[in-house]
Design a protein around this ligand. Structure first.
Ligand code: NAD
Length: 329
């Protein structure tokens, strides 16, 4: 089978080579993400795989179907970039990699939470400019002394909750889907209860019509004064202006963000700080805001699993087989 893989990173190549050697399939690679401009390159292939944060427009699915391709596979968890009705209307099947390594994202969230509550950005900035005084930052907090609300206790959120519980934190979860086994390390509450009680609120929901802009002014109004906010899921979950207003007023004492709503304008490139959007620049300037370039997933184990699982699933979908990762709605 001939597979075309879009948006390939150097780190993925050894695993792609291994897959080809093991299966005898051919995988050709492009560094660009899939778009209207380069969908024509998929002609003659049996299956395609991509990974990207840039949405794939309707016209692409129609073209893929015209080329005889039967599927679109993304090697990532979040599938907000796909237009599922358009995919199914074009007669294609879709899949993601629902669990390449939930721990990768959970561990990075924990890392940044630890950095945040011990004011490490302030100390880093102070020490690099020669200031070695304790007073360069306020007192830190201890994780076992905190109540932490996990919004979205799915694969990533529950992995994080389990680690936080093991460290002694009180963990609250907000999720419309109940998993009895999670009760061992978290308490299910409703959103208002979570926001009223939590010292830390961390987001791990998908981005969809229901969750888009969920962290808005009304949401931040309900949070405790002196709390922290984290988003390691999707930028579109948060209204950045509302977050900025609450950081500026001091109601929120810190934030850690791995994703931003407008990240496609500048992430994945070396950008002149002056052309980065004003809201992102404002966050960059704040001593109590930790930013990272959508890298929570970026570990060796995660990349290996993303490549292997997506390629096997793409072949299976193209062959008309059932797979666990198929996305229906
Ligand atoms: P998952 O489907 O296992 O869990 C998501 C959970 O959110 C589910 O339990 C769902 O019921 C819950 N949920 C849905 N709507 C909700 C709402 N309105 N309020 C509260 N909970 C709600 O997905 P996952 O593997 O845990 O991934 C979560 C998200 O993390 C993905 O959708 C993706 O956007 C993001 N992600 C980010 C990175 C990164 O590198 N930063 C990597 C992977 C995934």
């Amino acid at each position: 089978m001939k597979i075309l893989m879009y948006a390939v990173l150097g780190d993925e190549k050894p695993y792609i080579k291994e897959f080809c050697q093991q299966t005898g399939h051919q995988v050709d690679q492009l560094t660009d993400y899939l778009s209207e401009k380069n969908v024509s390159l998929a002609k003659g292939y049996d299956a395609i795989v991509t990974q990207q944060t840039v949405a794939i427009p309707d016209s692409v699915y129609q073209q893929l179907a015209e080329f005889g391709i039967k599927q679109i596979t993304i090697r990532q968890v979040g599938y907000d970039i796909l237009d599922l009705p358009a995919i199914h209307q074009a007669g294609l099947r879709a899949s993601n990699v629902a669990a390449y390594s939930p721990r990768a994202i959970a561990e990075y969230t924990l890392t940044q939470l630890m950095n945040l509550i011990r004011n490490n950005k302030r100390y880093y900035r102070a020490t690099t400019s020669g200031d070695w005084q304790w007073s360069a930052a306020p007192q830190g907090r201890e994780i076992h002394d905190l109540t932490i609300a996990v919004i979205g206790a799915g694969r990533i959120g529950s992995a994080l909750a389990e680690m936080l519980h093991a460290l002694g934190a009180k963990v609250l979860a907000v999720d419309p889907v109940y998993h009895a086994q999670n009760e061992a390390f978290l308490d299910y509450v409703d959103l208002d209860q979570a926001l009223a009680q939590a010292d830390v609120v961390t987001f791990h929901t998908p981005l969809n019509d229901e969750t888009s802009g969920m962290a808005d002014s009304a949401f931040f109004d309900k949070m405790k004064a002196g709390s922290y906010f984290l988003n390691f899921a999707r930028g579109g979950l948060v209204v950045t202006d509302a977050l900025l207003a609450n950081l500026r007023s001091g109601k929120l004492v810190g934030a850690a963000l791995d994703v931003l709503p407008n990240e496609n304008e500048f992430m994945s490139a070396v950008s002149d700080p002056k052309i980065i959007p004003a809201d992102a620049q404002a966050l960059m300037a704040m001593d109590n805001v930790l930013l990272s370039p959508h890298v929570a997933f970026y570990t060796d184990l995660a990349i290996k699993n993303m490549v292997r699982i997506s390629l096997h699933d793409a072949v299976a979908l193209a062959n008309g087989q059932k797979i666990e990762n198929e996305i229906f709605d």
